[in-house]
Design a protein around this ligand. Structure first.
Ligand code: ADP
Ligand code: MG
Length: 284
């Protein structure tokens, strides 16, 4: 991923807060947005060809929001997610997380920031094979330098919160797709991140597992966590509070579905049946 380390990779040295001093804000007390993008562009150079994957994207996401990013394949969703998650850097423009200017940070600071402030969930779960759910969820805490007993306690609590208390000793291959994704969500939240970023988290799930995972995201959001979810499924996007639509690397729609501090929309049955791809397993 263009020279940046993967989200699971350990920072070289854990270090205490603060990473970088926050910019002074007039009035002081007001909380900065979790995400602030200003005129962010991303150009990929492939020999002679220049692909403009993002064009001057500006986006402000307040703490506690629940945002769906939609768009056709190739519209720039994953590029945006990689930038939001500090896995890739913009070609131009400004990006702040929680008031911290990311462009000023070196690799070590970025790895720390990812580990402490962002929880990632991917379409393909990205769990470590032949390793129990419990140990998978403990991993980000091990990178953060937590000791064994505390690590275990927090991982158990995170797994219980996604309904996986009874399957903590199972390995990924012994779990359905929906269960694996719940373990991945537990891993994403175990560090208590400010931001949860999910790229097509329900893309490999059948409708029942999709509903379960969406219900968990809604619960996390009800606990005031900020959730940004990438999807191309309209009935998934409808269950969030705000819909941002990309086309050809540009934001072409930004529509609020419910207030940032409102309760998230109640879980609903999905209108369209999700196919559930072969090998992805069911929700049980
Ligand atoms: P989406 O996730 O919405 O399907 P992407 O963000 O993956 O879209 O891609 C947006 C555009 O950028 C596409 O034209 C894609 O081919 C191009 N692109 C994405 N990543 C790279 C890369 N690493 N190198 C070159 N082009 C890329
Ligand atoms: Mg994508």
């Amino acid at each position: 991923m263009l020279g940046r380390r993967s989200p699971g990779s350990p920072p070289r040295r854990p270090r205490p807060e603060p990473l970088v001093r926050r910019r002074e804000r007039p009035g002081g007390a007001e909380r900065p947005p979790v995400i602030l993008l200003e005129g962010v562009s991303k150009v990929f150079e492939l020999g002679q060809i220049r692909v403009r994957a993002l064009r001057e994207v500006s986006l402000r996401i307040e703490s506690g929001d629940f945002v769906a990013i939609m768009g056709a394949s190739g519209s720039g969703k994953s590029t945006l997610m990689n930038i939001l998650g500090c896995l890739d850097a913009p070609t131009s423009g400004r990006y702040e997380i929680d008031g911290v200017d990311v462009s000023q940070m070196d690799e070590d600071d970025l790895a720390d920031l990812r580990n402490r402030k962002i929880g990632f969930v991917f379409q393909s779960f990205n769990l470590v094979a032949r390793t129990s759910a419990l140990v998978n969820v403990e991993l980000p805490l091990a990178y953060a330098g937590l000791r064994g007993a505390e690590r275990r306690r927090r991982a158990e609590r995170a797994l219980a919160s996604v309904g996986m208390a009874k399957r903590m000793r199972h390995q990924p291959s012994e779990l359905s797709g929906g269960q694996q994704q719940r373990v991945a969500v537990a891993r994403a939240i175990v560090t208590n991140p400010a931001l949860i970023l999910a790229d097509e988290p329900t893309g490999n799930l059948d409708s029942r597992a999709t509903e379960e995972v969406l219900r968990i995201f809604a619960e996390l959001n009800a606990q005031r966590r900020t959730v940004v979810l990438i999807t191309h499924e309209p009935d998934v996007a409808e269950q969030t509070k705000r819909l941002v639509r990309l086309s050809d690397g540009e934001v072409i729609e930004d529509r609020r579905l419910s207030g940032v501090h409102d309760a998230p929309p109640p879980p609903r049955e999905l209108k369209s049946a999700h196919a559930g791809r072969p090998g992805s397993g069911g929700s049980r």
